[in-house]
Design a protein around this ligand. Structure first.
Ligand SMILES: *Cc1c(COP(=O)(O)O)cnc(C)c1O
Length: 340
């Protein structure tokens, strides 16, 4: 290990690594793109991203498996989702091949920043794309940059798993027919006030409801819900304004094919949640964070799994998916993308 990092003590913050990937879109086409050591960029003061928030991003991680391979998890799905985000924001779609090449080149070039197996830490990868040319009348930019950098992040559950307390939020995250289903920076900009307010009031996260009727569960600011019913079924909310989490989709596959559970992907009324046994938040960072309590204004939903451990089914899902990711349980074809 060439770098001097205490992997177990790392938090989730930006640490500059030596190499990142940059590609530019100009005159209707992408250039070849490649690695650079320069972490700074110069763009017009009037760039589309700065004026009208024309930007989308992705998040995935590279890590070391038990048998010593450096891999990323299903990066093809990140490429696909980024293409969907780009199309919805009138940005040029990046070819999947270039996205995967960027992942491979950045991880390979920063290989000494990939944490060892067992440390719990990972090398987080942040691909993103933005309008870089000047735009003052509202329209899509003409030039774009795609970039991908890497930053090492620490174990998510430092000092053990602590179930979260979340609140039903009075702000909305995404409108029907809006941009909730894509990974756009703008969805996060507007969630910042809600999360700061939630933290000030002692909650870990916001549960957003559907903006149309405020009766169905959508997701949090950055993770999808997964529920377990009292008879052991896995239920995940379905809505056109939920971001399709790769972790949630992978967990549902694992639930069905590895654990033989029944999985329902359907609209979920908040009222129903009062009768559920377990609740978790799914996303790349934590895989699943258990939720112990949901505060719905004056009422409380205390999940039977309680405030000091993951629910039983949640734990099985977590152990199975992390086992697949770490190479101790056989992965479905194509899930682990090895970096040579
Ligand atoms: C990124 C994100 C998720 C989690 O997606 P993963 O692919 O599992 O990391 C969930 N919700 C929102 C709003 C997100 O932006």
């Amino acid at each position: 290990m060439a770098v001097d990092i205490n992997w177990g003590e790392l938090g989730f913050g930006y640490i500059k690594t030596p190499y990142r990937f940059v590609a530019e879109y100009k005159n209707g086409k992408w250039n070849e793109g490649g690695l650079t050591g320069d972490d700074k960029l110069v763009i017009s003061e009037c760039a589309g991203v700065l004026q009208y928030a024309q930007t989308a991003f992705e998040g995935l991680k590279a890590y070391t498996t038990k048998d010593g391979r450096v891999v990323t998890f299903r990066p093809d799905l990140n490429a696909e989702r980024m293409a969907q985000s780009a199309a919805r924001l009138e940005m040029p779609v990046l070819p999947e091949g270039m996205f995967l090449r960027a992942v491979e080149q950045v991880v390979a070039a920063n290989r000494d920043h990939v944490p060892p197996y067992g440390s719990g830490a990972t090398l987080y990868l942040r691909p993103y794309m933005f309008g870089s040319s000047p735009v003052i009348g509202v329209k899509p930019a003409e030039e774009y940059q795609f970039r991908l950098f890497a930053t090492p992040v620490g174990p998510y559950f430092k000092g053990g798993v602590k179930p979260l307390t979340i609140r039903v939020c009075d702000f909305d995250r995404a409108a029907p027919h809006g941009t909730g289903h894509i990974k756009a920076g703008l969805n996060y900009a507007m969630s910042l006030h809600a999360i700061v307010d939630a933290h000030e009031k002692g909650f870990d996260e916001n549960m957003y409801l559907d903006a149309g009727t405020r009766t169905f569960v959508e997701e949090t600011g950055g993770a999808n819900f997964l529920f377990v019913t009292k008879d052991g079924k896995v239920v995940t909310p379905k809505s056109d304004s939920i971001l399709p989490s790769i972790t949630r989709r992978s967990l549902c596959y694992v639930a069905e094919k590895y654990l033989g559970l029944t999985v329902e992907h359907r609209p979920v009324k908040l009222e129903e949640v009062y009768g559920f046994a377990e609740c978790g938040l799914c996303g790349t960072a934590a895989v699943i964070s258990p939720v112990g309590k949901i505060v719905d204004h004056g009422r409380e939903i205390c999940l039977p799994s309680g405030m000091d451990k993951m629910g039983e089914v949640t734990k099985k899902l977590y152990d199975t998916l992390t086992g697949i990711q770490m190479g101790t349980i056989e992965a479905p074809d194509g899930w682990l993308h090895e970096i040579k």
